[in-house]
Design a protein around this ligand. Structure first.
Ligand code: 5GP
Ligand code: ZN
Length: 104
């Protein structure tokens, strides 16, 4: 989608620190981390939020969260991590391309 920061990150138009990528998902470090290792997991296809996302795509993002979360925990040495989705500007969503935060 034009003018979507995360679509531009997927296409490489905007650089990012990529941690993982497959056919459907893209995983990269947050530019303004709440903690070291703060990571974003996004679908490659543009959707506005989780509730604008096909169940099939949703499952693929969750699969990436399941794979990457424990790896981030190990690398950062954190004892745990939060998986967060802000849905809607009132809930703090600022980028309207579906994403999960993984925050160690
Ligand atoms: P939201 O508030 O929408 O849930 O989270 C959006 C997140 O995207 C924020 O934590 C913000 O720091 C991150 N972000 C915004 N622009 C960029 C960018 O250009 N690159 C990266 N890596 N992260 C970004
Ligand atoms: Zn997008």
């Amino acid at each position: 989608m034009e003018d979507c920061i995360f679509c531009k990150i997927v296409s490489g138009e905007i650089p990012s620190q990529r941690l993982y990528e497959d056919d459907d998902t893209f995983v990269f470090l947050d530019i303004n981390p709440l903690q070291e290792g703060h990571t974003l997991v996004i679908p490659k296809i543009h959707t506005r939020d989780l509730f604008d996302t096909d169940a099939e795509v949703y499952m693929k993002i969750m699969k990436a969260v399941q794979q990457v979360g424990p790896a981030i925990k190990t690398v950062t040495g954190a004892e745990g991590f939060n998986v967060i989705a802000n849905v809607g500007s009132a809930a703090g969503q600022t980028v309207f391309h579906t994403h999960f935060h993984i925050v160690p």
